[in-house]
Ligand binder design. Structure first.
Ligand SMILES: Cc1ncc(COP(=O)(O)O)c(C=O)c1O
Length: 310
């Protein structure tokens, strides 16, 4: 038995949706990770309660939300994170840019794996840094494309001035969760070249089939020290317009550099984003499970439609 109806359709044209406003009425926009389901009922209830209170003064992160994130990281990954290691951010694209500012002096290099979500390419340039590109390798087998890491190309792309590697895992757009072995090899190379790793893991809760996510920072305490891990409830619970995300930075010195780079430039998270995040992380497990079942079904439908003789 299911509890939630993901079949219902909603008109989003004319509702200030960036996704639906980008093209004409004859185009189905599939270009941005912004789902067409309402947020889970528990999130909507929490937002209604907050709005009914009616006062929107300056807010702040509650101990309850920090604890919910720490619990979740422990339950999902056996990753021990403490509230002081979480830096809240009103969006992960700005966190990519802050990471570049925090880690790199002017003119330093930032390593990225292509193809990749475009802000990975623009963040270093925005900060006056150089882009070092390592292409992922693609092979085609039994009607599917498989992307993998070419470790020689990865290491060869590192220049003497490279200081930061920006990892996208699960990877947008290639749709892969990197394995423990791949992440270990990547982390070893980064350690050898003393690179900081900024890992954008925003899609870690939208996994199809039997995929599982491994935060690169959980490989070892030594790797954790060189990691800025970015996460958010935004994609999974369809609340990206509420702009609430966070960076987990366990090394105190690196965290301080990050906070200094953001100081006075990056605003606090909007209090409705914080309200939604708490409800999403504490009351939406069944909704999330049913969402993933539904998305698996959508993916199967699409593949059968495109490759009917499979
Ligand atoms: C890998 C990745 N990072 C970040 C974002 C956007 O993050 P935010 O809306 O929090 O800036 C997206 C959106 O598609 C994404 O795919």
């Amino acid at each position: 038995m299911t509890h939630y109806d993901f079949d219902q359709t909603y008109e989003r044209r004319g509702t200030d949706s960036e996704k639906w406003a980008a093209y004409g009425n004859d185009v189905l926009p599939l270009w941005v990770a912004d789902m067409d389901f309402p947020a889970p009922p528990a999130v909507l209830d929490a937002l209604h309660d907050r709005v009914t209170h009616g006062i929107f003064g300056y807010g702040g992160v509650t101990a309850e939300l920090s604890a919910a994130i720490c619990n979740r990281l422990w339950e999902h990954y056996q990753w021990k994170v403490t509230p002081d290691q979480i830096v809240f951010q009103p969006g992960l694209v700005s966190a990519l840019n802050v990471s570049c500012r925090a880690v790199c002096p002017p003119g330093a290099g930032v390593l990225v794996q292509t193809p990749v979500y475009p802000p990975f390419l623009s963040a270093p340039i925005n900060q006056g840094l150089q882009l070092n590109v390592a292409e992922l390798t693609v092979t085609c087998s039994s009607q599917s494309l498989q992307y993998s890491v070419d470790y020689s190309a990865f290491e060869a792309a590192i220049q003497p001035n490279t200081q930061l590697f920006m990892l996208c895992n699960p990877h947008n757009p290639v749709g892969r969760c990197f394995t423990r072995e791949e992440l270990t090899n990547i982390a070893d190379i980064c350690t050898r070249h003393d690179l900081i790793i900024c890992a954008d893991e925003i899609h870690c809760d939208i996994l199809l089939d039997q995929s599982s996510h491994l935060p690169i920072a959980t490989l070892s305490p030594e790797i954790a020290k060189r990691c800025i891990t970015l996460m958010a409830p935004s994609k999974t619970f369809n609340i990206p317009g509420l702009y609430c995300g966070f960076a987990i930075i366990q090394d105190p010195a690196l965290r301080k550099r990050y906070q200094q780079a953001a100081n006075g430039i990056v605003p606090q998270v909007n209090l409705l984003g914080l309200t939604a995040a708490l409800a999403a992380y504490t009351h939406c497990e069944t909704w999330h499970k049913e969402l993933l079942t539904y998305l698996n079904g959508n993916r199967d439908f699409l593949v059968d439609y495109v490759v009917p003789e499979r």
